[in-house]
Design a protein around this ligand. Structure first.
Ligand code: FES
Length: 382
């Protein structure tokens, strides 16, 4: 039998014969340094979801004696966001790295222009708000998480008409939405019912006056303690919401605890679907007898024992002891602060519900739990 070998088969055999030798040569001549690890996809992911953003305070605007807006810029490109989002701000206060979430009150388009604006109201006894209002100055550096949040418009889920109920500084995410409509970044009809005690309590008034001229945006003050011509007086009632909601609408609510609790009770009478209601969560602090517990904290190869109070969240206890972990929402929702529980018991804040998978794997969210015994945990340092 004759075996025919074509010219191509012969060349393949020759290549194969030299394969090993060629490989050895390549290995021999390759550099001993690491391969450059700059993949386009990673760059894109880091842009949308940065681990940390270094920001500089570019300007501070006094809104009133207890509210200031901060213009924050960065040398790097700022992560984009959807109107209604927040960022978690990290500041070093007396050697504690403290973090709190603040809604972005600027337009998504402003992030492309190079800045975020946050608007901060003083909280009585609040470590972060008092520090930001009284100590932070132009040129100071601070860190922020990537933007996030669920108080955002989604054209598949939400109706074309949206009624927002805001109280106090809760107006800020909705101002961002109104700006997004003005910038043609979002397209829906937005009515904001903005509850304030008196005229002097209005914040971001210049923005409101300007945005009220925008097609599709209607911002209405509802004064609680002062009668003002042409404006509703008293509480934001469901009748008022219906008047502006027309037939089909979604409703978003943000503001102080009192407003959120009041709206939780009122909204069922509107007979809306659950998907049409979005209420901003705000922390509910548990207060009781102040007991002190020991918490053993494993951080990489280190072990520290810290004191934690039964009246502070585990996250606050970590921050007071200068242990910084990654956070975002501060409400138990985002999972960024997820921490391994080795032993100990705790009480969770009212709206926080641990996911089954976290329970199974013994993960806790320190932002939303209070120690109720000595504990042992393993954290992932930020
Ligand atoms: S910071 Fe979001 S769950 Fe704790």
């Amino acid at each position: 039998m004759k075996v025919k070998i074509s010219i191509f088969g012969f060349l393949d055999m020759l290549k194969f014969k030299n394969l090993k030798k060629n490989r050895e040569n390549l290995i021999e001549n390759s550099p001993s340094t690491n391969i450059e690890n700059n993949y386009v996809v990673n760059d894109l992911a880091n842009f949308y979801h940065p681990y940390k953003q270094e920001l500089e305070v570019d300007d501070i605007i006094v809104e009133n004696e207890d509210v200031k807006s901060f213009i924050l810029t960065s040398k790097a490109k700022l992560a984009p966001f959807k109107a209604g989002s927040y960022i978690s701000i990290y500041v070093n206060i007396n050697n504690e790295l403290v973090s709190r979430a603040y809604s972005i009150s600027s337009s998504p388009l402003d992030a492309y222009k190079g800045f975020y604006r946050i608007t901060v109201k003083r909280v009585k006894g609040g470590l972060m708000s008092n520090y930001l209002l009284d100590k932070v100055k132009v040129g100071d550096k601070l860190y922020a998480s990537e933007p996030g949040g669920f108080l955002t418009y989604n054209k598949i889920r939400d109706h074309k008409n949206v009624v927002c109920v805001a109280g106090g500084v809760g107006i800020t995410p909705f101002i961002s939405m109104a700006k997004a409509i003005n910038d043609h970044v979002e397209d829906f009809n937005l009515t904001i019912l903005y509850g304030v005690d008196n005229k002097k309590d209005i914040i971001l008034k210049d923005d409101i006056d300007y945005l009220n001229k925008t097609d599709k945006v209607n911002i209405i003050y509802v004064f609680r303690n002062e009668e003002v011509d042409n404006y509703p007086y008293g509480l934001i009632t469901t009748d008022l919401i219906k008047k502006y909601g027309k037939d089909d609408y979604s409703i978003f609510v943000a503001g102080p605890r009192g407003l959120l609790d009041y709206m939780q009770k009122e909204l069922p009478s509107l007979n809306l679907k659950q998907k049409d209601i979005r209420i901003e969560q705000s922390p509910i602090y548990l207060n009781g007898e102040d007991k002190k517990y020991d918490v053993i904290v494993h951080i990489n190869d280190e072990v520290k024992t810290i004191k934690a109070s039964s009246n502070e969240t585990l996250l606050q206890a970590l921050e007071h002891n200068n242990i910084s972990i990654r956070t975002k929402c501060h409400l138990g929702g985002c999972g960024f602060c997820r921490t391994k529980l080795i032993k100990g018991s705790y009480e969770a804040t009212k709206f926080f519900k641990l996911k089954e998978v976290d329970k199974k794997l013994n993960f806790i969210h320190p932002c939303s739990i209070y120690p109720r015994s000595d504990m042992e945990i393993e954290v992932y340092e930020y």
